[in-house]
Ligand binder design. Structure first.
Ligand code: ADP
Ligand code: MG
Length: 509
């Protein structure tokens, strides 16, 4: 009997030891898996490091590339395109002006009434989807549709302004496709993007096509400016504040433009402008430098994209891509460990996590991160993850957004340095040094785009980094101003500033 009891006791003790051993083993393995996750995230954070020293290297690289792009055609990944815009609105404009914005699946028609003294007395906008069929039709059909829509807009909105009163009005045209500008109001389409394929338009003057369609519809309107959205943003910025020298768009894509001295545009010797300056469209989405903190996730994203080796800067900073970088990191974490539960097939789907959803994860301020849990469930098919894993999600979003915002900041300071508005005098030999005898000129940069306007943490990181790079003495002189709908209103304002009634003042000798 005693032996039996002893046997049972020993058996129980052995079992307990085995169970304890299994549990400890599991815990160790689980700790190890968790440690893998933490290590991978830390490594990711380190590779995306954007210390102020590194940002200053990016600033200098931007300046060098700007010089190279201005020196010769194809001299840099930065195209540094001439816009022929030398006359920006200054707030004194008066009258009614129109704008058309063709940028993707939707297009917009706008009318503004300017009253001088920087005032916008009225502002009407209409949005319309472009029928799919027209995106691959003929240029005549496409522009007929646009002209007809404009005519309907004028008739509908013009209750107190009869159509006849709109005769001879100037129109700004924002056309967000690659265009080789030949004057402020003409340019040929280089190629279509975003699903458009109207073959007979390639290499044709887009303004001429529009102008003809307007005439066919009996609209006596003059297309006075052909611009891209960053130039439109600069125009509104300058209309509202004459100290505005550059504009940046950070939405689905990204771009920047700024006012350059005409004599700095070496690749176009003999460029004469009455103001001595010209707006340069940098097409900065294509900027590249070895100083950019690139990770394996960026390399994979680029390789799998429709345009590998293209738009490298854009792929690190714009709204189209940020969510997808986060998705790639989470995918890697899920492959390395089971802390996200069974591997979700959603994690292999490109662009399944949009940037607005990523921002919602990042900005979830609930104590249990319930919004994060909801997005994980609904978008990524990842269920019941503990709080510490949700925190990892937030952390990854933070790392991706912080890098993006700080790189944009470096790009902005790069532009300011090129035009000697960063307080250092720059490596350029600018005549009008921004920082003279201890006195720094006030400098405004207009910023537009959903990422900047709707993603608060992104905006805060960006503003903070600009101040950090410039230093506390210079930073108060540099102001980033948010522009709502710069691309639309700006085009109408440029039409005002470049109205047909003014003589053309730009010549290429
Ligand atoms: P577009 O660049 O197409 O002209 P917008 O300037 O409105 O349009 O920018 C839209 C982009 O901004 C979206 O593709 C998205 O990436 C980003 N975005 C919009 N809203 C948010 C948000 N709340 N949080 C983060 N990103 C956003
Ligand atoms: Mg836009």
């Amino acid at each position: 009997m005693g032996k039996l009891v002893l046997g049972i006791a020993v058996g129980c003790a052995v079992m307990s030891c085995v169970i304890a051993g299994v549990m400890v083993g599991r815990r160790i393995r689980s700790r190890r898996r968790w440690w893998n996750v933490v290590t991978t995230v830390e490594e990711f954070k380190e590779t995306t490091e954007t210390s102020v020293e590194r940002l200053r290297q990016v600033v200098d690289a931007m300046v060098v590339e700007m010089h190279a792009g201005l020196a010769s055609e194809g001299g840099s990944k930065l195209k540094m395109l001439l816009t022929f815009v030398e006359k920006l609105p200054d707030g004194s404009e008066n009258g009614i002006y129109y704008a058309l914005h063709v940028g993707g699946t939707n297009f917009r028609i706008l009318r503004i009434q300017l009253g001088g003294q920087r005032s916008i007395l009225a502002h009407d906008v209409d949005r319309k989807p472009i029928p799919q069929i027209l995106m691959t039709s003929t240029s005549e059909e496409f522009f007929d549709f646009i002209a007809l829509s404009l005519k309907e807009f004028i008739e509908r909105k013009g209750d107190n302004l009869q159509l006849s009163h709109d005769r001879g009005k100037d129109l700004g045209f924002t056309f967000s496709f690659p265009v080789k500008q030949t004057s402020v109001s003409s340019g040929t389409l280089i190629k279509w993007t975003k699903g458009f394929a109207i073959e007979d338009m390639v290499e044709k003057d887009v303004v001429e096509c529009l102008q003809k369609a307007l005439s066919r519809r009996g609209l006596d309107m003059n297309v006075a400016a052909l611009v891209n959205d960053s130039v439109g943003t600069l125009a509104v910025g300058h209309f509202l504040d004459n100290d505005t020298v550059a504009a940046v768009v950070i939405g689905t894509g990204t771009n920047a433009c700024y006012i350059e001295r005409a004599d700095a545009v070496i690749k176009c010797q003999g460029l004469l402008t009455t103001s001595g300056g010209m707006v340069i469209n940098m097409e900065w989405g294509n900027f590249w430098s070895s100083h950019l903190p690139r990770t394996s996730y960026d390399i994979d994203l680029d390789a799998e994209s429709q345009n590998p080796n293209d738009q490298g800067f854009e792929k690190m900073i714009s709204g189209m891509y940020l969510g997808d970088i986060v998705r790639r990191v989470i995918h890697r974490l899920s492959l390395e460990s089971d802390v996200f539960g069974p591997l979700s097939s959603k994690l292999s789907t490109r662009f399944v996590l949009s940037t607005p959803l990523m921002a919602a994860i990042h900005e979830d301020d609930s104590s249990d991160l319930s919004q994060v849990a909801k997005i994980l469930e609904e978008t990524l098919d990842i269920h019941d993850v503990p709080l510490k894993v949700r925190k990892i999600m937030v952390k990854v979003c933070d790392v991706v957004t912080r890098r993006a915002a700080r790189l944009v900041a470096a790009g902005i300071v790069g532009i300011l340095k090129k035009i000697s508005r960063d307080g250092t005098g720059g490596i350029s030999s600018g005549r009008n040094k921004g920082y003279k005898s201890g006195k720094m000129r006030r400098t405004v940069v207009a910023v537009e785009g959903g990422l900047y306007t709707s993603y608060t943490i992104f905006r805060e990181y960006l503003n903070e980094a600009v101040a950090e790079i410039l230093g506390e003495e210079i930073a108060p002189y540099v102001i980033l101003k948010t522009m709502e709908d710069g691309s639309g209103i700006g085009a109408a304002m440029l039409a005002a500033a470049n109205s047909a009634r003014n003589v053309d003042t730009v010549q290429v000798l």
